[in-house]
Design a protein around this ligand. Structure first.
Ligand code: LRH
Length: 488
């Protein structure tokens, strides 16, 4: 029989894409029909997403998808934690904030005074990040916008609402808010009321695979797709979609690194780990498909490199990535290192200067050439990968035999090799478009074309290009380097 085509709208922090995925019994092909930049806008109120532009580009992508294939359904995923607020008429109140906007800092203490950091973790199992939805909402408390709000929709749920008119809260993304009970797998009324929010703001939970709705006339006109085209709730948190498409075999225990703007590093578990040790190590228990737990920690990721490149470009030094990576490969190993998760690397800005300041502060000679700066970033990420995989395994009581590195970062050969070297584990790199694959496979499963998680992963492993990096060289310099920057 002929393959069935699905459309995935996948919005990342720096770019978005619309991909047509064709799923057959033994085949899985992706066809990128639209790719666009995602450029946030600095307004007097703070850093915001250009949400209408993202919606417009998604519609344009769906229009191109319609011309390419008979689209069986649509799925939408994006980054986590951010949201739009709707008023009583269903209109969007202002532009959603970008999670890198620094306004939430002072409100962390306020929430901890209301519910307590330990209690927050006991209920939500969520890692502490200053931009978690709960802190963003605390920063809005008492504002006219929040007073006028009748619904809170996470970004993919907001676009789903614009396409279909149906409101819901997809579970994997809801699990990143800090308002979701990791054990009950439902909104936590206790927390929501504890921080003074009206529980009616939060719509009913939808599970990945459930149908959200069909296209409104406005969406139909913009895309040319039939009115009956379903929008399916996928694992709408991009990281959850990526983990769903990790091409791991059933057998050996695997860790994953979903590597793009962030490196999301961890394990897939059946139940949350809510221990005090886990909280101290700041591991998160976010939801995956089929009730799985994504036990992981955020590592700053290739954001450090993309901001470095952007800074150099602004300064008139536009060095292509290929050249930078070639120079980094030749630079002196383990000469200068940073802790990529140091708070000063979170906000947009001059990363080379911040890296130099970090090195100076910690008694290291700052990297002097672009190649050395990039080497510093990639080795520091490899060390953070190593620390996080080891801690996850220890805290969850599991052995890890292989690391699957998926996402855009899997194209970075140097980073893959350094991660293998630092961890002493084989790194299976790919697929690059894991998130879109996970999005499409959940839709295919909802249609009965694939049956379970294991067969989804087998199909990815059998059809996508993967490359294995074996650890080389001596572990000892990595161990010494890790101790130097507190990543041991
Ligand atoms: C990656 C990601 C990550 C979140 C961050 C806000 O795109 O979804 O899982 O922590 O964005």
């Amino acid at each position: 029989s002929r393959p069935t085509a699905f459309a995935a709208v996948d919005l990342g922090a720096t770019s978005g894409r619309v991909i047509v995925g064709r799923v057959g019994r033994d085949s899985l092909d992706l066809d990128e029909v639209h790719r666009f930049d995602n450029t946030p806008v600095q307004l007097p109120t703070g850093l915001h997403w250009d949400i209408l532009r993202l919606y417009q580009a998604s519609l344009e992508g769906l229009r191109r998808a319609e011309r390419k294939a008979d689209i069986a359904s649509i799925g939408i995923d994006s980054w986590a934690v951010d949201y739009g607020l709707l008023d009583a008429s269903g209109a969007l109140l202002g532009n959603p904030f970008h999670y890198r906007d620094p306004r939430t800092g002072p409100f962390v203490a306020k929430v901890w005074a209301q519910v307590g950091a330990a209690e927050l973790y006991r209920i939500t199992g969520l890692q502490h990040l200053p931009f978690n939805t709960v802190f963003q909402l605390a920063a809005e408390a008492g504002s006219a916008r929040l007073a006028a709000a009748r619904s809170l929709l996470m970004i993919p749920d907001l676009l789903t609402y614009w396409l279909t008119g149906a409101r819901g809260a997809e579970a994997t993304n809801a699990s990143t808010t800090g308002l979701f009970d990791a054990t009950a797998r439902a909104w936590s009324a206790e927390l929501i009321e504890g921080i003074g929010l009206d529980p009616r703001l939060l719509p009913a939970i939808r599970l990945p695979g459930e149908r959200a709705g069909t296209l409104l006339p406005s969406a139909r006109a913009a895309t040319g797709l039939p009115a009956t085209t379903p929008v399916v709730a996928v694992a709408s948190h991009d990281t959850a979609s990526a983990v769903a498409a990790v091409p791991a075999a059933d057998g050996p225990s695997f860790a994953y690194i979903s590597c793009g703007t962030w490196s999301l590093v961890g394990l897939e578990l059946d139940a949350p780990v809510l221990s005090e040790d886990s909280r101290a190590a700041n591991f998160t228990n976010e939801l995956g498909i089929d009730g799985t737990v994504r036990y992981l920690r955020n590592v700053m990721g290739l954001w450090l490199l993309s901001e470095t490149q952007r800074t150099w470009r602004v300064q008139g030094r536009d060095i292509p990535l290929r050249d930078l990576l070639a120079r980094a490969a030749q630079a002196e190993p383990l000469a200068a290192l940073v802790n990529p998760d140091a708070p000063e690397f979170l906000a947009p800005g001059d990363m080379p200067a911040r890296i130099a300041a970090f090195c100076a502060r910690t008694g290291q000679t700052p990297p002097g050439t672009p190649g050395a700066v990039v080497r510093c970033i990639l080795e520091s990420l490899a060390l953070a990968h190593r620390q996080t995989v080891r801690q996850a395994a220890e805290l969850a009581g599991r052995d890890v035999e292989v690391i699957h590195l998926v996402g855009g970062g899997s194209r970075n050969e140097l980073l893959c090799q350094l991660t293998a070297d630092a961890t002493g584990l084989p790194v299976v790199a790919g697929p690059t478009e894991a998130t879109a694959l996970g999005n499409i496979l959940v839709q295919a499963r909802a249609r009965g074309l694939v049956d379970d998680r294991a067969s989804m992963r087998r199909l990815v492993a059998a059809t996508q290009q993967l490359r294995t990096y074996r650890p080389a060289g001596d572990q000892r310099p990595w161990t010494a380097a890790a101790a130097r920057v507190g990543l041991g």
